[in-house]
Design a protein around this ligand. Structure first.
Ligand SMILES: Cc1cc2nc3c(=O)[nH]c(=O)nc-3n(C[C@H](O)[C@H](O)[C@H](O)COP(=O)(O)OP(=O)(O)OC[C@H]3O[C@@H](n4cnc5c(N)ncnc54)[C@H](O)[C@@H]3O)c2cc1C
Length: 289
């Protein structure tokens, strides 16, 4: 199918883009890399009156040091994140996770801001946003605001963004030097969306006891899902295989109603979540200094 008829605007500044969005009163759509929006337009699942292309706005495409962490512009291409030496050094799990997104051609166009705004439940960046405590910087008619990733994802393809707002920047703390991480997913073929996945981080003290744990699942619920019960189990415990097995089993048990669709049943996703968590925790603990 072909996309429905729409007007097109390519503003040169965030202010100009905001005024276009405001004037259209919710009947407009931002287009960034177009990798998710174009299929929706072609299938006529989105029918905006106006497309606001933010790709020509200078200054939304950067990866910078920010107080030892990172500031990443919304229009930064996924392939630039994948290849950035600064990302690899400051947030290795972000670099590693990016390689699971689709294929190089899609990563060359797709942006980090587009993926996080789109909020696909099976996507990589929303899960990493929660796992890595990203701050999401938003520009709107009343100025800028900052939203914790934990509060950003509301349900399927729905975020805290208002129709007249633009995601402009992602801010991440630096990855703690003694921490370990692991990113794992299962998909039918490499590059497909995940049937289920996990992003895990862990800190282990000098006596081998877990002092911090974060487990975030994706592909199993409407939004990235923190498994706080399993995190609590790990805290203060000696890291060893039996603990990872218990945490994996607990993760499966906490999933009341995982997603179920033509790609995978709820039971299969529940099983995957437990297995992936067990393996990810073992890998994260191994990487922790
Ligand atoms: C074949 C295929 C396979 C894929 N596989 C995966 C995968 O395995 N894992 C994965 O994570 N992703 C996957 N993707 C999605 C891909 O990562 C997209 O690039 C991404 O989801 C959207 O980024 P984009 O820049 O293309 O956004 P667009 O398609 O331009 O926009 C997506 C949505 O976000 C909104 N938006 C975009 N930017 C902003 C902004 N700055 N502020 C506010 N709203 C904004 C748009 O209005 C639109 O609603 C796949 C895509 C394709 C086509």
């Amino acid at each position: 199918m072909k996309a429905p008829v729409f007007e097109y605007a390519a503003p040169q500044s965030v202010e100009e883009a905001l005024s276009l969005l405001g004037a259209c009163q919710g009947e407009s759509k931002i287009i960034a890399g177009g990798q998710s929006l174009m299929p929706l337009l072609n299938m006529r699942l989105a029918r905006p009156d106006l497309l606001v292309d933010i790709g020509r706005i200078a200054g939304l495409d950067y990866i910078r040091d920010a107080d030892g962490g990172l500031a990443i512009g919304a229009m930064t291409r996924q392939s630039d994140i994948e290849r950035s030496a600064l990302v690899a050094q400051r947030q290795p799990m972000l670099a590693a996770g990016t390689r699971f997104i689709a294929h190089p051609q899609i990563r060359n166009r797709g942006t980090i801001g587009g993926s996080i705004s789109h909020a696909d439940p099976a996507a990589v960046y929303p899960a990493l946003a929660v796992a890595l405590d990203m701050q999401i910087e938003v520009a709107g008619p009343a100025g800028h605001r900052s939203v914790d990733a934990a509060d950003f994802f509301i349900t399927y393809l729905t975020t805290a963004l208002e129709p007249d707002e633009i995601l402009v920047e992602l801010r991440l703390p630096g990855f703690p030097p003694r921490a370990g991480w692991s990113f794992k997913e299962v998909s039918r073929r490499h590059g497909d969306f995940a049937l289920a996945g996990v992003a895990a981080t862990m800190e282990v003290d000098s006596s081998g006891v877990c002092s911090f744990a974060r487990i975030v699942l994706f592909g199993v619920a409407a939004v990235p899902l923190r498994v706080e019960a399993a995190e609590q189990l790990l805290l203060g415990s000696k890291v060893e295989q039996s603990l990872f097995e218990e945490a994996g089993a607990m993760t499966s048990d906490t999933l009341d109603e995982p997603l179920s669709d033509i790609h995978a049943s709820a039971d299969y996703r529940r099983h995957l979540a437990g297995v992936l968590t067990r393996r990810a925790l073992a890998e994260a603990a191994g990487r922790a200094a």
